[in-house]
Ligand binder design. Structure first.
Ligand code: SF4
Length: 60
């Protein structure tokens, strides 16, 4: 049996501090069903970009 009590469409275990993103929860987690991380040439953490990021207030 799955232990996914909290989530239906939510990936678990992704913490994120981007509070301006509409998927960011009050406890600093990501509530999106999936995320895409872009920049296949990234060599540092800061060069990785969450393509799923969506500013709060955007329609979808
Ligand atoms: S979609 Fe990306 S930026 Fe937004 S909360 Fe999830 S991991 Fe963070």
């Amino acid at each position: 049996m799955s232990d996914n009590r909290m989530s239906r469409d939510q990936i678990t275990g992704v913490g994120c501090d981007v509070t301006n993103c509409k998927y960011n929860t009050i406890d600093s987690k990501c509530s999106a069903s999936h995320i895409d991380v872009q920049n296949d040439r990234a060599t540092t953490k800061s060069e990785t970009y969450c393509a799923t990021f969506c500013p709060r207030g955007c329609c979808d």
